[in-house]
Write a protein that binds this ligand. Structure first.
Ligand SMILES: [Zn+2]
Length: 392
């Protein structure tokens, strides 16, 4: 008996130790070597969750005819760093100082990142610009089995359509980018309101706007309406919640913004030109990774959360990586506790649900009616109980 309990305890201890090793194995933290690298560490951890980059690298390794990687330094630097993160070692990785210095010393667009704390979104956008050019250069020399620039999977395009209210003249402008910047504040300046969830931020971004100051190219009169639609949907939808306000006195909006693990892009805001391609369906995006911020506009702390291929969530806080239980994740999504404010959210297009949207809708309707039925039955039971109580 004694022996079996001992054996059992040993097995449990070994199992837990092994399990903690396995769960930490591919989730390495990054040392904060400059003491203010958290904006970069959180961004790197988020980027490391992008499968498209890994696929590209694997294809590159397989391809015997690939041009020399050494000639494409930005790609090499990024992939070497991401490779370190993927190594099956429990210890955090070093090199944030060197990684930062590489971008700062080689690209004028990144000179500002030399010292101090920075905006994680600005860092991601600047690195993406450099990588986009480099991947394109690489692809002109590469073999045929590498054709996709991984940065192009982030390409999002917003179409602004301005229609004159007098003569009906239409002018449209396509604005490409890597991310969707959403404001938290909305309404007239004299009566600004705050959103408390992502749905509200998205709704306001695509809300038709009256443009009193816009002069029509055709009739030269003022007064028009502007409509925003998505004319190019990315595989990875990156949403920035515009919390930092730099005009006048720098400020940060610390509003709790609830966000869902799945978001539906309503077909109403998808441009006609791409709507038909996907049979007018709504688009679903699944949350993949996100960056949070705590503190003011000139300082504070960044960290990231991310999901592995087994749907397990982790918190990446510089050198510390911790497992996140579904309950904690729900608290973060609902912003029920003071867990820091979400800032940059990475969603991935769910190609599976793209065509099963109607089925989900049907199931939800069924579930709603069953719930209603249950409610009625509970109410009847409650009344019966009241009667019984009064008789006692
Ligand atoms: Zn006009």
């Amino acid at each position: 008996m004694n022996f079996s309990i001992k054996t059992f305890t040993i097995i449990i201890v070994i199992f837990l130790a092994l399990n903690s090793f396995i769960s930490n194995a591919k989730n390495r933290g990054i040392f904060n070597e400059n003491r203010n690298d958290c904006f970069m560490n959180a961004s790197t951890q988020a980027i490391s969750h992008i499968n498209e980059l890994r696929t590209f690298y694997n294809k590159f390794k397989e391809s015997a005819h690939s041009p020399n990687f050494e000639n494409h330094k930005p790609m090499q630097v990024l992939f070497n760093y991401l490779n370190e993160l993927e190594k099956e070692e429990p210890s955090p990785i070093s090199g944030s100082k060197k990684f930062r210095a590489y971008w700062v010393n080689n690209f004028t667009t990144m000179k500002n990142f030399k010292t101090g704390q920075h905006d994680a979104q600005e860092f991601i956008s600047s690195v993406f610009d450099i990588l986009n050019n480099e991947f394109n250069k690489y692809l002109t020399e590469a073999s045929e089995n590498i054709t996709q620039n991984p940065i192009s999977t982030f390409k999002l395009q917003i179409k602004k359509t301005i229609t004159c209210n007098h003569c009906g003249y239409v002018r449209s402008i396509d604005e490409p980018g890597y991310l969707l910047p959403l404001t938290i504040l909305y309404g007239p300046l004299s009566d600004l309101k705050h959103c408390n969830d992502l749905t509200c931020c998205l709704k306001n971004f695509f809300e038709p706007t009256v443009m009193n100051d816009w002069t029509c190219d055709n009739c030269r009169q003022k007064n028009a309406r502007r409509l925003k639609t998505i004319s190019f949907l990315p595989k990875y939808l990156v949403i920035q919640l515009k919390r930092f306000i730099y005009g006048g006195i720098a400020n940060k909006l610390d509003d709790a913004i609830k966000f869902d693990p799945i978001i539906e892009i309503d077909s109403d805001i998808i441009d006609q030109s791409i709507k038909e391609k996907y049979h007018n369906k709504n688009f679903s995006y699944k949350l993949l990774t996100f960056i949070c911020h705590e503190g003011g506009p000139s300082g504070g702390h960044y960290w990231a959360y991310g999901k592995d291929s087994n749907n397990n969530w982790y918190k990446y806080d510089d050198s510390n990586v911790t497992s996140i239980t579904p309950t904690i994740l729900i608290d973060i999504l609902n912003q029920t506790k003071e867990i820091g404010t979400p800032y940059v959210l990475f969603y991935e297009l769910d190609e599976k649900t793209l065509f099963s949207h109607e089925r989900v809708h049907q199931q939800l309707t069924q579930l709603k009616s069953s719930l209603q039925e249950l409610k009625t039955r509970l109410e009847t039971l409650r009344k019966k109980l009241e009667i019984l109580k009064s008789k006692l």
